[in-house]
Design a protein around this ligand. Sequence first.
Ligand code: F6P
Length: 352
Amino acid sequence: MTLRVGVLTGGGDCPGLNAVIRAVTKSLIRHGGCEVLGIADGFAGLMDEAPRTRALGWEQVSGILHVGGTILGTSNSANPLRDAATLAQVGRNVQALGLHVVVAIGGDGTMSLAHGLEQVGLACVGVPKTIDNDIARCERSFGFDTAVATVTDALRRIESTAYSHHRVMIVETMGRHAGWLALEAGIAGAADVILLPEIDYDLQAVVARCQEREQRQRYTVICIGEGAKERGGSQTVRERVPGSPEPVRLGGVGHVLRGRLQPHLKSEVRTTVLGHVQRGGDATPFDRVLATRFGHHAARLVVEGQLGRMVTLQGGQIGSVPIADVADTQRTVPLDHELLAMARYIGVCLGQ
Ligand code: F6P
């Protein structure tokens, strides 16, 4: 029997998605003799009355290895589990398309949806993606390396204008409730202060570091993750999207921090919110290789009948874990992480 495999990308896009689509398609065709269907716009492509799909072959996935974004389109609001009618429509579409398995490439929201769909009989294999690097049981998701490079580049550019104007410059990164992106880019970009969602910051500690630098270097660069908050405060919510797999969208904490810092400092304080530039652009070579490894492994899981599993990277080795183990969980920066200890040791202020 020829296996018919659907491939979709869900959640926010990131560099490396196309590399996975390419690798999984080529491996499924070449080694599994499978038919591959690309599903448009994440789970949304299975929720409409007429499913939105297209055949993926060698030609359709050629030349896309390095290209950012996703040729299939994505959605971070489509929820196939939102009600019984939608779920039934998805079931009819899967049957009409003759899909045996869906390879779902996405973040924790997509894994939770894949897990939910499995409960009602749709076989899935997961591939973790996100610039946030926050997927449980996976030490590195593709997209993260590219985003770190983008933020690092921005921090270096900001530093040159910070020292010229003797300013305190705040750079806000994405990352949701995990501080990996702010932490790694902050270290790589030589930020003086790094503020993460995992460590509620003490305003006085940040003020003290900026004042100290006003005396000597005369400028300060602060890298803050969007999920960070002041001790005793709350996260800065940009928007709420009820019913969506990601109902709370963060953003704007850099402006909040500016308002809190400015009254205490002589230097001007400015904020740059990097936004979606962090998700765009060509994937780095590291992400291209990781995404290709993930895509190839996902195809192997399909062909070997190891369904209900998500590809992972642990100890540098590609493997897999049950999707059930990662659904509805996130991997934040542990407070005893070596990078935090090292950052403190070399004098980076973590807001404590
Ligand atoms: O999960 C990826 C991510 O880029 C987060 O870092 C960020 O909070 C969110 O997506 C932004 O989503 P949107 O594109 O809906 O603004």
